[in-house]
Design a binder for this molecule. Structure first.
Ligand code: PEP
Length: 252
């Protein structure tokens, strides 16, 4: 059975003090959660990772970095390696977020290097894919996602791929308030699972967690998560408020 997960992406928000407070608030909420089988992840800025790691109960919440370097170590000023992330107690790393792709020109080849370095360190990548608005208008969304998966992930071994969490995030829905309809989300998630099955096998496809991301909030999480191939969400804006984030976790 694949794992259902709700992961928060705080992006470049919260000072260290605010981040610690938010993590504590989220933990207080998650303690009350009845269904402990749902994985809860918070993706904090780099500087929060080790402090948040010290104060949270890792049985309830796991921590993710939002990025890692495509180089293992050395003279790369300002970069943070997968090994460094691992040393903070983080278990996951978000790779290929559309903001990294668009603002920092990261391509699938770079993502692929990051994924391999993360896996070498025992970190689990949350790999983001998704089409731009223009691409959807031209009905190219399936080709785009296929290419991202082919170039970013599909050279991994079965064992490596089994550690990947996928996040389908249509770029036109991220931070815009516009959400994919449950039908659009299901259609794409089903397609992604089919691609995984073709490139690996049916068992691996069935066990792969595929999250939806893009203006997911308490008011729409339930109808999105009700779809058979939607295994949870990657949540931006709504993960910055403990109450909203918890309501989303409780939406299955
Ligand atoms: C994201 O950044 O991954 C995201 C889905 O953001 P939002 O929920 O704010 O659209």
């Amino acid at each position: 059975m694949r794992k259902r997960i709700v992961a928060g992406n705080w992006k470049m928000n919260k000072t260290l003090k605010e981040g610690i407070e938010l993590a504590k608030e989220i933990e207080l909420q998650v303690e009350k959660q009845e269904d402990k089988s749902i994985g809860v992840i918070i993706g904090t800025p780099f500087i929060h990772l080790s402090e948040v790691s010290k104060i949270i109960n890792h049985n309830l919440i796991s921590i993710a970095a939002q990025n890692c370097s495509s180089e293992p170590k050395g003279a790369f000023t300002g970069e943070v390696s997968a090994e460094m992330i691992k040393s903070t107690g983080a278990k996951y790393v978000i790779i290929g977020h559309s903001e990294r792709r668009s603002y920092f020109d990261e391509d699938n080849k770079t993502m692929n290097k990051k994924v391999k370095l993360a896996l070498e360190q025992g970190l689990k990548p949350i790999f983001c894919i998704g089409e731009l608005l223009d691409e959807r208008k031209q009905n190219k969304q399936f080709d785009v996602v296929n290419k991202q998966l082919n170039e970013g992930l599909f050279d991994l071994t079965d064992e490596e791929f089994s550690k990947i969490i996928l996040a389908y995030e249509p770029v036109w829905a991220i931070g815009t308030g516009e959400t994919a309809t449950p039908q659009q989300a299901q259609e794409m998630h089903e397609y992604i699972r089919k691609l995984v099955s073709e490139n690996y096998n049916a068992e691996i496809a069935d066990n792969t967690t595929i999250l939806y991301g893009g203006s997911c909030k308490p008011s729409n999480a339930q109808e999105l998560f009700a779809n058979i191939d939607v295994d949870g969400g990657l949540i931006g804006g709504a993960s910055l408020k403990a109450d909203d984030f918890f309501e989303i976790i409780n939406s299955f």
